[in-house]
Ligand binder design. Structure first.
Ligand code: SF4
Length: 125
């Protein structure tokens, strides 16, 4: 999902477009030469053991990640499923993260929304 959902400047890849190097059967066809950004990226699903199985990115169309620049807890959705972050299971997870003290932001393409501990949401710049 990260090879599809995220925009990757190093590959001139737009958000929501599957990377041309991604194959259905063998994964990344330039694995040994993939850019550093691909080597470094790990979503929360890979690193956080407390995320429930139904929240796996390929099931929800949503990747959870900590933005390294802002420290925001981000839910980045496939632009083709811009409201995926509003799915009850995903939304419940985002509220829990907000209650932990994170600044939680749901993103889809160029649009983003802040998710507050109360469950309220608002467009976010
Ligand atoms: S280069 Fe490989 S790891 Fe990077 S986005 Fe494309 S398929 Fe994924």
């Amino acid at each position: 999902m990260c090879c599809q959902i995220l925009d990757i400047d190093e590959l001139d890849k737009k958000a929501g477009v599957l990377c041309k190097n991604c194959t259905a059967t063998n994964g990344c066809k330039i694995y040994n030469k993939r850019p550093q950004v691909c080597r470094d990226f790990e979503c929360e699903w890979l690193t956080e053991r407390d995320i429930a199985a139904p929240l796996k990115p390929d099931r929800t169309g949503t990747i959870f990640m900590i933005d390294p620049d802002t420290d925001q807890y981000q839910a980045v959705t496939d632009p083709k499923r811009p409201q995926a972050w509003r799915h009850p299971l995903v939304f419940k997870h985002l509220i829990a993260k907000a209650k932990e003290g994170h600044v939680v932001v749901a993103k889809s393409g160029l649009m983003s929304w802040r998710v507050y501990p109360t469950g309220e949401t608002a467009p976010w710049v």
